[in-house]
Design a protein around this ligand. Structure first.
Ligand code: 5RP
Length: 217
């Protein structure tokens, strides 16, 4: 079975977590897109969605789902999003699509974070996927030097500007043995907006699309 089909299986299984009148937090990326397409079947039953990117907002609106400003909703019962890597502890690397800052904000606000992914995303140790970091443009070189000191090999994401007007550094060669410590340490570097480690606020539910259906943990 293709990775795309597995993403779709995981995304559609997340519909079981949506309740009538929910405002739904929605992530970014190809798996999140499958979720948006599935959510369209509940269009009349939910109160709207908060999007983690302009791209997802546009897709939601194309399906006739109302997109709300996060500031206009008190709390979010649920957030559904993909990941680039996930561990059994539900620590994640996110930001392959560059939406990590808004994703981290929506995850922080949400009562339940359901992560949906194909089963190739499950890893023992985070870091084989280059770690995305959103940085303020003037701090690009400084942040990169700090990551080199930690053993990383930073690469500027070419011709990419985030929805917030910033840059992305993708850090290769990191073995993230203590995701919580590394998330805190990188977030403390001046000029870092967000690091793509989601460990301080991990997922609550991980749905992996597999050959024989969704596996939920
Ligand atoms: C976007 C993300 C995505 O969730 C992550 O990149 C996974 O994407 P996909 O579902 O396309 O594999 O963090 O910033």
């Amino acid at each position: 079975m293709s990775a795309e089909k597995k993403k779709q299986i995981a995304a559609e299984a997340a519909l079981d977590y949506i309740q009538i009148n929910d405002v739904v937090g929605v992530g970014t990326g190809s798996t999140a897109n499958y979720f948006i397409d599935a959510l369209a079947s509940m269009r009349g039953k939910i109160d709207g969605a908060v999007a983690s990117s302009e791209a997802s907002a546009q897709r939601l609106q194309q399906h006739g789902i109302q997109v709300l400003d996060l500031n206009s909703v008190g709390s979010l019962p649920i957030y559904v999003d993909g990941a680039d890597e996930a561990t059994q502890h539900k620590h994640l690397i996110k930001g392959g699509g560059g939406a990590l800052t808004r994703e981290k904000i929506v995850a922080a606000v949400s009562e339940k974070f359901v992560c949906v992914a194909d089963d190739s995303k499950l890893v023992d140790v985070l870091g084989a996927f280059p770690l995305p970091i959103e940085v303020i443009p003037m701090a690009r070189s400084y942040v990169a030097r700090q990551l080199v000191k930690r053993g990383g090999a930073p690469e500027l994401r070419e011709e990419f500007i985030t929805d917030n007007g910033n840059l992305i550094l993708d850090i290769h060669n990191l073995e993230i043995l203590n995701p919580i410590e590394m998330e805190q340490a990188i977030n403390n570097i001046a000029g870092v907006v967000t690091v793509g480690i989601f460990a301080l606020r991990p997922a609550d539910v991980l749905i992996l699309g597999k050959d024989d259906g969704p596996e939920i943990s």
